[in-house]
Design a protein around this ligand. Structure first.
Ligand code: AGP
Length: 608
């Protein structure tokens, strides 16, 4: 996720744009840039690293004159975070400049077409194809050039463009990526969200999917994707600046929980080509499994919990033995790995010291390493042999939510991909499972919508001295994550336990008023889970059942229920965890905890 902002008016554009970027920094902060038209020329400055580097380069924008411009703060998806890959990108003749948030999924074929036509590329980004298409289609009409350009783009874009032949007009366009128009007095704006504008104007226009806008200081013309003029209502923002940064949510964690359907979709869509799974956007060789006899997955914290879910999925489908290790243990137990082992490391930040060390241990022992990470250009993404990005966008809250669910989503894709490569499933089964994966984003949204009772449940149980999460198979893997979420933001002790294991000792802790959260979303094991629920009920426990809409027979065994929409059982982990994240969030809210920055924790543990 990146942040874009544009300004046209009578004031010093660069200063206003820089201020807007600062408010968008939470959306991406690995590089930034600005382009302003002055004396009919485009003046552009870019800087890798945080926005403060751009501020230093431009004296907070004061060194760039002009009253119309665009700016961008980047969360890298294609190409490392450096000056060359930072936006804006300009055409070879310096006539056009563009800023973009989203992913142009067909950029490779567009880039080939443009290279064949002699265009020179100066970056590794997908975005750069936009500015060369504009140049290719430009015949003195900016609007026509833009319409032809966006008609060629597949994927998602919120983009802003300036042209030096039009020193009073900028264009903005949107598809599957947020963009709003800001309405000022003798000045107008576009931005990724209200955060960048709300200090300048509270009057905004939410344009619709496929719309594009022609913006000058006194006029805003909006067109549908067919080029027909349309009218979109002006809205008054009631949020303050701080609230706006969180999209109107009280905490980043809640915002990121609610973003998950979109984040999961971002992790899936670029990997599905004609119904089949393809990792061509990653550098995975087609013979990845050549000579591989087993897989070892290693990670920390929530990433480790994602690995636990991945073990069940890969072994079930691909029939390849999978070990899962805490990275902090892996590196010190002299793991038995060699070139016949595929090591997978998982990390949201890509900077976790224990995971980096485990990766190095694996490579020293001759293993190939595949990384599943969120941050492009992170240490792990550079050290691994192959990288699959989760494309969750920046995750600000310390407690991961979309970071975890997109990791599990990638593992769902990978399990089907490996199963087909390993000839354990036929093409028809692969197509069916792939279509099940494509349903996950809407199932994730349904998991949110199905459970308006969660704040009430959190209030009912927020004083528990400790909780148990029990489940079987992938439900157990989700218990691990649900338990950690509760612990790390509400400070209530909890334990995740394989439901069948409880009776081997720990059930001694179960007594009156102990809350047991029972995950029962695996039909095949439902009767076993019911027995486990009866075991703890018999010892006085209260039971919060997490069940699918299908497993209603369990309801009489429970005190309260959380519903999970029915999907492919093996891929349930992505969806099941979301109500548990919400439960932990609202319990912590009742307990007055610092939800986005819990005590003792860091977003990325870069020390041992
Ligand atoms: C999860 O909510 C925690 N913040 C923590 O367990 C985290 O998952 C762990 O430190 C691993 O971080 P990484 O994914 O960035 O490597």
């Amino acid at each position: 996720m990146c942040g874009i902002v544009g300004y046209v008016g009578n004031e010093h554009a660069a200063s206003i744009l820089i201020e807007g970027l600062k408010k968008l920094e939470y959306r991406g902060y690995d590089s930034a840039g600005i382009a302003v038209i002055n004396n009919k020329e485009i003046n552009m400055i870019k800087a890798s690293g945080k926005i403060k580097n751009l501020c230093e380069k431009t004296d907070d924008g004061k060194s760039i004159s002009g009253t119309i411009g665009i700016a961008h703060t980047r969360w890298a998806t294609h190409g490392a975070p450096n000056d060359a890959n930072a936006h804006p990108h300009v055409s070879n003749n310096k006539k056009f400049a563009v800023v973009h948030n989203g992913i142009i999924e067909n950029y490779m074929e567009l880039k080939k077409e443009l290279l064949d036509k002699g265009y020179k590329f100066n970056s590794e980004t997908d975005t750069e194809v936009i500015v060369h298409l504009l140049d290719m289609y430009y015949d003195k009409d900016f609007k026509i050039a833009l319409m032809k350009t966006i008609s060629r783009l597949e994927g998602s874009y919120a983009l802003g463009v300036i042209c030096k032949d039009y020193p009073d007009t900028m264009f903005a366009a949107m598809l599957n990526s947020p963009l709003i128009i800001g309405v000022g007095v003798c000045e107008n704006y576009f931005a990724s969200d209200v955060t960048a504008l709300v200090q300048r104007t509270k009057n905004v226009i939410y344009i619709e999917e496929g719309d594009f806008a022609e913006i000058s200081s006194n006029t805003i013309l909006i067109y549908s994707n067919t080029g027909e003029p349309v009218t979109r209502e002006k809205t008054r923002i009631v949020w303050d600046v701080e609230a706006a940064e969180k999209g109107g949510y009280e905490h980043f964690m809640l915002k990121e929980i609610m973003e998950q359907p979109r984040a999961i979709k971002s992790a899936i869509e670029p990997r599905i080509k004609k119904g089949c799974i393809s990792f061509e956007d990653s550098n995975i060789p087609t013979d990845l499994l050549e000579g591989i006899s087993r897989i070892s997955i290693t990670a920390c914290g929530s990433a480790y919990h994602a690995a636990c879910a991945g073990k069940y999925m890969i072994e079930e489908l691909a029939r390849i033995p999978v070990d899962v290790d805490l990275a902090s243990e892996f590196r010190y137990r002299r793991p038995i790995i060699d070139k016949s082992t595929l090591v997978i490391v998982i990390s949201q930040s890509g900077e976790t010291a224990d995971t980096i060390a485990a990766l190095k241990e694996a490579k020293e022992n001759g293993a190939s390493v595949l990384a599943i990470v969120n941050v492009v250009g992170s240490a792990i993404s550079k050290l691994a042999d192959y990288v699959i990005y989760t494309w969750a966008g920046p995750e600000i809250a310390v407690a991961t939510t979309k970071g975890y669910t997109t990791q599990v989503t990638v593992l769902c894709l990978l399990s089907v991909y490996l199963a087909e490569k390993n000839k354990k499933i036929d093409a028809e089964t692969a197509l069916r499972l792939t279509s099940e994966i494509q349903k996950i984003p809407q199932l994730a949204q349904r998991a949110i919508d199905l459970n308006p009772q969660i704040p009430y449940l959190a209030k009912k149980y927020h004083n528990e001295r400790s909780m148990f999460f029990i489940g079987r198979n992938t439900d157990y893997a989700v218990c691990l994550e649900g338990s950690l979420k509760l612990k790390e933001i509400s400070y209530i002790h909890s334990e995740a336990y394989a439901a069948g294991e409880l009776k081997h000792g720990t059930i001694a802790l179960i007594d009156n008023d102990r809350l047991v959260v029972a995950l029962a979303c695996n039909d095949r094991l439902l009767d076993k889970l019911i027995s486990n629920i009866r075991e703890v009920k018999a010892r006085g426990a209260k039971v919060l059942g997490v069940i699918t809409e299908r497993s209603t027979k369990i309801i009489p065994e429970t005190d309260d229920i959380i519903y999970i929409p029915v999907g492919e059982t093996l891929f349930n982990a992505v969806v099941q965890v979301i109500p548990l994240q919400m439960f932990a969030y609202y319990v912590a809210l009742h307990n007055g905890c610092d939800i986005d920055k819990p005590k003792n924790l860091a977003k990325s543990v870069t020390v041992e």
